[in-house]
Design a protein around this ligand. Structure first.
Ligand SMILES: [Zn+2]
Length: 317
């Protein structure tokens, strides 16, 4: 029985027994009782032995609830340890206060998703998108930013012109990409193949390998990314010396570093994809004809597609 139904029953009881108005409202549950404070409307839970949960999760009738240090049931966003949870307040899919798990949360203009333990997810996840009708449900890759907000094409800069560019700014070295990778790098062969995938594809991008770091404007190395859940990272610099990490949404950049996580095996599309970032392409989510699309990536793709090249032309023509 959901708590919404219990609330309906409480109201019915009040109509019958007016003298209970100034007492706490009591609802029966399996191993104890939900009790609502008459003055504030807040809920707590009393076990059958008289004690109550506080500062903890408790599973009640199949749903997880969290209680604060005084034992009050909590609602809305809650951070426990390093994870965010959402204790539902919307009274639609689950009782008030129940933790959302393995489900989406559509809140205001943002969408979020929670794993089977109720943890808000960030980064890429392969999920059903619940807004589709059942017959159209399909598993897709979805991206959630560091705040947990689901990202769509329309969230991305450049999308207003139909292009998935990081911003309206340019990689000053695009016309003459000079990349450096140590021959001893464990991914050197794949790195070289990735750049060769871009070779002679666009009149606005020329590619050459240099063997001295000081000559390079793109540096590639296999070392631990700052967040080891990433396959690879592209970083941008405002000068030629890989000196200052820089947000390319704010202005032109002069050099880039691509860092590959040593604990992953690179699919062929990863390096061409990261090179796309270095050139100024962002992720996008609807055009399957793009190496920047990770919703359903063709992991064997080895070079930019017509969509990617049209974006490069848009940026650098
Ligand atoms: Zn990427």
């Amino acid at each position: 029985m959901s708590k919404r139904i219990k609330i309906v029953l409480i109201i019915a009881c009040l109509l019958i027994n007016v003298t209970s108005v100034n007492t706490d409202y009591i609802v029966s549950a399996a191993s104890g009782q939900w009790i609502q404070d008459a003055a504030t409307g807040r809920w707590w839970y009393r076990y059958s032995n008289g004690s109550y949960p506080y500062n903890q999760w408790e599973k009640i009738d199949g749903y997880h609830y969290h209680f604060d240090s005084d034992g009050w049931m909590q609602t809305g966003w809650l951070k426990v340890g390093s994870y965010w949870y959402y204790l539902d307040t919307r009274g639609m899919d689950r009782p008030e206060g129940a933790r959302i798990a393995s489900d989406w949360l559509f809140l205001g203009s943002e969408s979020y998703h929670f794993d089977s333990s109720g943890r808000m997810q960030t980064g890429w996840h392969y999920l059903y998108y619940e807004e589709y009708e059942d017959e159209n449900r399909e598993m897709l890759w979805h991206f959630f930013d560091s705040s947990g907000a689901w990202q769509t094409d329309s969230d991305l800069p450049g999308s207003s012109q139909g292009h998935n560019t990081i911003g309206n700014n340019l990689f000053r070295g695009a016309g003459n990409v000079k990349y450096y990778v140590e021959s001893s790098d464990p991914n050197a062969t794949k790195v070289i193949a990735g750049f060769n995938g871009w070779l002679n594809k666009s009149p606005y991008v020329s590619i050459s390998r240099v063997f001295t770091l000081s000559q390079a404007n793109v540096k590639v190395s296999t070392n631990q990314a700052s967040n080891d859940t990433y396959i690879a990272l592209t970083e941008f610099y405002q000068d030629e010396f890989f000196g200052y990490d820089f947000n390319p949404e704010y202005g032109d950049w002069f050099s880039a570093t691509i860092r590959i996580n040593p604990s992953v095996i690179l699919d062929p599309y990863i390096m061409p994809h990261e090179i796309g970032h270095a050139l100024g392409l962002s992720h996008q989510f609807t055009h399957s004809d793009s190496i920047m699309n990770q919703l359903n990536p063709n992991v064997n793709r080895t070079s930019p597609t017509s969509k990617d090249l049209s974006n490069i032309t848009y940026m650098y023509h």
